[in-house]
Design a binder for this molecule. Structure first.
Ligand code: CUA
Length: 346
């Protein structure tokens, strides 16, 4: 087969594969939930098409030359091939084409990058606070300020996420958003995007931050403005009363606290037996049994009180790794009051 025919075959393969890449929407596998997603998907496809060309040229001709210039039957193993030394024209071509490609790619990437870092004027602001191993989303424009743990609600439209880290470096990543940004202790970072699709997504920590890194994810909700406003109103009302602090119910008052704050770390036996589920059913599904963890009527002797009580030896959970407290005063009061009331499992 001639070199020209091989080249023609490779070009045809490249056109077919490229057409398939261009025609396959990435959003079909991973929805595009922000405006950045569309431009980043375009860049990704552009690079894929170019990579396929490089792959075909290198592997295609490698295979072709292996077959064409193989040692044939009867030929001596010491046979000397033709002595080729350089080809200036070819070398110029294969230097200039990649150079032009890289310049174009840089220009396209820079345009996308500039869009990503541009600060929008009317963005909804969220303070995302990362710590080992949970996400906290605060809404500074609400009163009293809404603080979410392991969930994050945001409206459709322009959003600015201001990132903070309490202990080590974490990273804010939602695959459907296509963008990510590190949260660095002592160094505030930001990210901006316009959400274009409502739904529930996974907010993932994408920086290895310790043994609980793989457990560090939160549910992220993008809501239309009406639903979001209703959610904010509901949260503000629930917070303004300081919450119900007597006649506490396990399922209504206590379990959500455990789920939001404690479960991120204390979820599995492999965390040095810090499994909440093994602590007499403190987590969902089990019975709450009085014992060293929960001591109704004598909460100061209870391990849980010592960890959560504001005047205990480990106030606010500060005994837990790096940068407690993890719980608000209201939540701490709820837990201690609940133990005092007999730690009822209702
Ligand atoms: Cu936080 Cu990984």
């Amino acid at each position: 087969m001639s070199l020209a025919r091989v080249s023609a075959i490779l070009v045809v393969i490249w056109i077919v594969v490229s057409a398939w890449i261009i025609a396959t929407p990435i959003g079909g596998v991973l929805p595009a939930a922000t405006d950045h997603a569309q431009s980043i998907d375009f860049l990704f496809k552009f690079m894929m098409v170019a990579s396929v060309a490089v792959f075909l040229i290198v592997q295609g001709f490698l295979l072709y030359f292996c077959l064409t210039y193989r040692l044939r039957k009867g030929e001596s193993e010491d046979l000397i091939g033709s002595d080729i030394h350089g080809n200036t024209r070819l070398e110029i071509v294969w230097s200039i084409i990649p150079t032009i490609f890289l310049i174009v790619l840089t220009a396209m990437s820079f345009k996308v990058y500039a869009d990503i870092v541009a600060t929008p004027k009317h963005a909804y602001i969220i303070d995302a606070v990362a710590s080992q191993f949970q996400w906290e989303c605060d809404h500074p424009s609400t009163k009293p300020e809404i603080k979410e743990f392991n969930t994050c609600h945001m409206p459709l439209g322009e959003v600015t996420v201001k990132l903070h880290a309490r202990d080590v470096i974490h990273s804010f990543w939602v695959p459907e958003f296509r963008v990510k940004q590190d949260a660095v202790p002592g160094y505030p970072t930001e990210m901006h995007f316009t959400t274009i699709r409502t739904g529930q997504y996974r907010l993932i920590c994408s920086e290895f931050c310790g043994v609980g890194h793989s457990e560090m994810y939160a549910k992220l909700y993008v809501m239309n403005q009406k639903d979001f406003d209703a959610w904010v109103k509901q949260q503000e009302q629930a917070n303004s009363g300081g919450g119900n602090l007597s006649n506490l119910s396990f399922s209504k008052d206590i379990e959500p606290i455990f789920t939001a704050h404690c479960a991120a770390c204390h979820i599995a036996q492999h965390f040095a037996n810090l499994n909440l589920g093994s602590y007499q059913g403190l987590q969902a599904g089990g019975n709450v049994v009085p014992g060293p963890i929960v001591k109704p009527g004598n909460h100061k002797a209870s391990t849980l009180w010592q960890i959560t009580g504001t005047t205990g030896p480990y106030p606010g959970g500060a005994r837990m790794p790096l940068g407690g407290p993890y719980l608000s005063t209201t939540e701490l009061t709820k837990i201690t009051n609940w133990i005092d009331e007999g730690a009822k499992n209702n």
